[in-house]
Every structure is written in C-alpha cells, then in structure tokens.
Design a protein around this ligand. Structure first.
Ligand code: BGC
Length: 596
C-alpha cells in the first residue's frame, strides 16, 4: 500500500499556445464558435480545418480503453479490443497510488496507439450507498482516498499524453432516474465529501477535462449550474481545463455556455441556439469567447501531446492487469489459516460455482471493455498452477443468473465431499449491478447462498471467493472459514485469485468501502435512491461510510480498512524512551523513560 501523489508532468498551455488561441479565436465566426461547443458525433469534437483546429477523440474509461469502431457508434460490446484492467472499486482496495498510476499509464499507451486523446475517467463519485449500481466504477466511500487515487490515475494518463476526464460532477451517487433527479446536498457535505475528490484531483494533477453529471444539484442541472461550474470550479478552484457534459445530459445549451459548460456531448443540433442567444443578447459574446478560448487551449494541448508512433504491449499489460488484480484482492477472513492452500490440501481441490469457469470480471455499461487477451478463469489458472501436485475438480453449482438448481447442488455436494478443499465462487451476476440501475437489496442470488450452505455441510475446509463490484451482505458465505473478496478484477482476475489462494501473492488489499451487516444499517437507507418525487435528499449529511458506523456505534460485517494477509503480527510489551538534552534516563510509571 502506498498513499502519496506527486503532480503529473503534463505539457502545459504556454505563451505560444495563448497567442495561437487568441489568433484563432479572433478569426472564428459566431457560428463556428457556437459549433465548437457541441460534439461532432458520439466521440469526437468539431474541427475547424481552415484555421488548423483538429478534432479530438474521446473514449471511455476507466476500466480500460473503450474505443468505438466509428465516431457515430454508441453500441457497447463491439469496441476495439483493449486490456481490461480491474474496475475502480477493486483498485480502490489496493490503496496504492503507484499501482493506479501504472494502470492509467498503460491505458494511456493503448489510447495513444488508437489515436484517442482523452479517456473518460476516473470516476470519483462516493459510495454513499452500497446499492448504487455503478459503485464498481468508483474508488471508495471516502473523499480523500478517492481524490488521491484519482490524482494518481490522472497523472498516469496525462504524463503519457492522454487527457483525463474526472467524472461525474457532482452528487451523482445513484443511478435511478439519473437524468432527472435532484440531489439535495447541504453545503458542508457538498464541500467536504462530494466535491472534495474533484478538488484534490485538480489540485494535485490538473486534469485536462471534467464531466458534468446528469442530475440536478440543489435544483439546477449540473450542466447548467453557474454556482458549480463558474463560481466554484472555475472561480474558487481556478480550474482552467474544460468541462464536458455527460452523454445526453444537456437540456439548455445556451444556459450551459453561460454557466461554464464548455462542451456538449454527443452531437445535438444545439449550436444554432447558442449563436441565436448571442445574437439576441441573451448570452454575452464574451462568455462564449471565454468558453471557446478554453476549448481551443484544450484542443491544442491534447494535439501537442499526441504520440503518433506510440505502441502498446498487450502481453505486458495483461501481466500488469494480473498484478493489479492481485494487489486489490482483500482477504476478509482466514480461520485456522486455511489459506494459502498448500501441501496435502492441494491433492484434490473442488472448484465450485459457474463463475469459476464463466467469469464475471467487469461491470456492465459504458465502461465495458472488449478484452484484448483471453479472460483467465479461476478454474483453469488454479489447475495450471497446481499442476501435477494435485487434482482440480469442478461443479457449476447454480444455474443462469444464480438460480437454484437441485441437481447442480447435489453434484456440488458430492464433488466437495470427495475433495480435500473446496473453493466456492459466488458473487453478483451482471444483471445485479450495472450502470443505469441501482440494486434494491444487498443479497447474493438465492442459488449462490444455497450453494455455499450445501458445500459447507459437505466440506468444512471451504474457501468462499466473492466476485462482485460492490459490498454485499453475507449471511451464508460469512460462515465460511475463509473468505476472499476478488472483486471485478479485469481480464486477468482468474489468475490473480489463483495467485492469492496458493500464496504466490500475499493479499494486502484493504476495503475502501464498508461491508454492512444489513441494508437497514447503511447511512442512506431512508433516502436512497430518492424520496419518490425525484429528489435525492443526502439526509445523512456528513455521516457517510465509516463516519456513520462510528457515530452510531453500528458494527458492520467488515469495516472500511479491513483486510488480512498471510503475514502474522504480534504486539509485545510497550516501552517508551524520551531522550533528554542531558541524555539522562528518567524512570516513570514503571517504564524506562529518557528525555529528549
Ligand atoms: C456515462 C459516462 C460515460 C458516457 C460515454 C454516460 O452514460 O455516464 O460515464 O463516459 O456515457 O459513454
């Protein structure tokens, strides 16, 4: 674990750029200026060829590069293959800024090789409720941890010449009706929690872009929110990059320009409305000029950072993905030092659960990467690493989407009973956690719970491996003697989990989010996802995450920061030494004390 960041060596907009910006700005017609504030298609910006203003390509993030096959292609699942790294919720548990920076650097190299200038990530919304369907795309429940990791991600991208886009500004902590909800947040919680990761990322790493969220903030859409964009981000924080809209988040383009929204994405026929607002005196031309000035500086900056000869090494990136997944795994429980598996316990290992062969390794939605390499499975990687030292058997254990199937349960019991050790892989199917929807409960699918129960009856030496992007309640799986949180660990997560189970990697991840004992214990339980009228009251105020559990003295299942390792630690008798100027030792309270 390492928590420390330093600023990225990003190519800055210098005096020459300023002069070029002013020169181009002075030659643009009103219509051209208005056109620049709206995307050309789904993924690119409008060029002005006669003045040498190039188009810029933007692609999702943050799990890897999701480059569409064409500027108009908004489909998910048919993109250009790229390395699928662990999701942000996994990386968050590493608490490791160097690791996050290295992952972002690798993504940047792939972006450069595919001529992408901006990666749409990292996401820094907080895990206000474990039910948020998109928590897999966010780092933590804590704003400082989120901000520091985000700064590392931004630096990793930008030092390799690819702009970051820190998203979603702000208070987009739920997915239900996300395009119309109104997040009602008090000033202190807004400043100290929800704005904080953006502020830290800007302060430490100067992201070239930000993304304004779909929702309203205290009554006004974020994409039109003067107080948010103009007064706080630009005015108070001195941010000089550009703010783009989330995709389809714009309602009134001219109001957005007035508020400080530089770029509307994707394309919409709204440029005329911007030009008309200027012509009719509703939008001062100086305001449009300020927006276009920042846009031009951004375009010239990313253009100068292009590395046309860039190449990426998919095999090296696959190895990095495996290392990153391994560093993120959290050992939640290990009674009787059941793990790591070694010696005799390997003679027959029953791997049970369809996820062990048909892995879930990333979240569903806009961040979904088409993996560049075959996705590793826990079953195959364990079998390969164990080799002739033992035998790996398999049973699927549950049906599609986690349904209980009695015949599969019987088979699982039998396979577990015969083995020396059982590894049961359960978690959340894709339909349980996805962008655009929130969960309604924290449970594993019924078939997964039944499977754990059945295997525990048949085999006491059972390790449960969890595959999920966000906290879950574990009434059954929590009874297993060993419990490993494997997250959605990307294309190499199967190997990373096998590495930890066999002790090739010492688990060192620590939870970046509380695992509650019950949904009713969670901070936003009474106000999530909304109050039924489209308002999302952030009623718990400052008491999110561990603050809530501490203040109310509620014992969670596993607290923020929890995570074991294979190392054993022992605390001995405490002695203190205070060394005095005289160098004389003073004996007080039975301790040896030396004054400094
Ligand atoms: C998501 C963004 C994403 C954008 C482009 C939106 O629906 O909220 O995070 O970057 O789509 O795919």
């Amino acid at each position: 674990m390492r928590m420390e960041t330093s600023g990225a060596a990003a190519p800055a907009a210098g005096g020459q750029t300023d002069a070029r910006v002013e020169d181009v700005l002075g030659q643009l017609t009103l219509e051209e200026k208005a056109a620049l504030t709206v995307g050309r298609d789904a993924w690119t910006t409008v060029p002005v060829e006669r003045l040498g203003v190039p188009s810029v390509w933007l692609s999702d993030g943050p799990t890897g590069l999701r480059k569409a096959r064409g500027g108009a292609d908004m489909s998910v699942g048919h993109n250009i293959p790229a390395t699928c790294f662990p999701t942000e919720s996994a990386l968050g548990a590493s608490w490791d800024v160097d690791l996050v920076r290295a992952v972002a650097g690798a993504i940047a190299d792939e972006a450069q090789a595919e001529e992408v200038q901006v990666l749409l990530g990292p996401g820094v919304n907080l895990k206000r409720s474990p039910l948020c369907g998109r928590n897999f795309e966010y780092f933590a429940e804590d704003p400082v941890l989120s901000g520091e990791l985000a700064a590392a991600f931004v630096s990793g991208l930008q030092e390799r010449g690819v702009g970051a886009c820190v998203k979603h500004l702000v208070a987009n902590e739920s997915e239900t009706d996300r395009m119309i909800t109104d997040s009602v947040v008090d000033e202190r919680a807004l400043r100290e929690l929800y704005l904080r990761p953006f502020e830290i990322a800007i302060d430490r790493a100067d992201p070239w872009t930000l993304m304004a969220a779909y929702n309203r903030l205290n009554g006004t859409y974020c994409t039109e929110n003067t107080r948010l964009l103009h007064e706080i981000v630009e005015g108070e924080w001195g941010y000089t990059g550009i703010v783009m809209s989330d995709w389809l988040a714009v309602n009134d383009r001219a109001a957005g320009v007035a508020a400080g929204l530089h770029l509307q994405m994707p394309h919409a026929p709204t440029a005329d409305a911007v030009a008309a607002a200027v012509r009719e005196g509703r939008l001062p031309e100086e305001r449009l000029d300020a927006i276009v000035r920042a846009l031009l500086a951004f375009v010239f900056r990313v253009d100068a950072a292009r590395r046309p000869d860039a190449t990426a090494d998919p095999d090296a990136h696959h190895r990095l993905a495996r290392r990153a997944a391994g560093e993120s795994i959290v050992l939640l429980k290990n009674e009787g030092a059941l793990l790591p598996l070694e010696g005799e316990t390997l003679s027959e290992v029953a791997v049970i659960g369809a996820f062990a062969r048909e892995p879930r390794y990333q979240g569903a939605g806009s961040s979904q990467v088409v993996p560049a390499r075959p996705v590793e499975t826990i079953h195959d990687e364990l079998a390969a690493l164990i080799g002739p030292a033992g035998r790996v058997t398999y049973a699927a254990g549950y049906g599609a989407d986690g349904a209980t199937e009695p015949a599969l349960l019987d088979e699982a019991r039998e396979v577990a009973r015969r083995a020396r050790t059982a590894v049961v892989v359960v978690g959340l199917p894709a339909s349980y956690e996805e962008e655009g929807a929130d969960r309604t409960h924290l449970d594993l699918p019924p078939g997964h719970n039944r499977l754990v129960e059945a295997v525990l009856e048949a085999q006491p030496r059972t390790v449960v491996v969890l595959v999920n992007g966000s906290a879950v309640a574990l009434p059954r799986a929590g009874r297993a003697p060993a419990l490993v949180e494997g997250w959605l660990g990307g294309q190499a997560s199967g190997g990373a989990i096998a590495d930890v189970l066999l002790g090739r990697v010492n688990p060192s991840g620590k939870l970046a989010e509380t695992f509650p004992a019950r949904l009713e214990d969670t901070p936003a339980y009474l106000s999530f996802p909304d109050d039924g009228t489209g308002r999302v009251p952030f009623a718990e105020g400052l008491f999110t995450g561990y603050r809530w559990y501490d203040a109310r003295r509620i014992d969670p299942l596993f607290p923020f920061g929890h995570g074991l390792s294979y190392t054993t630690f022992a605390y001995g008798e405490v002695t203190s030494r205070i060394v005095g100027k005289s160098g004389k030792e003073v004996d007080g309270n039975g301790h040896r004390v030396v004054l400094v």
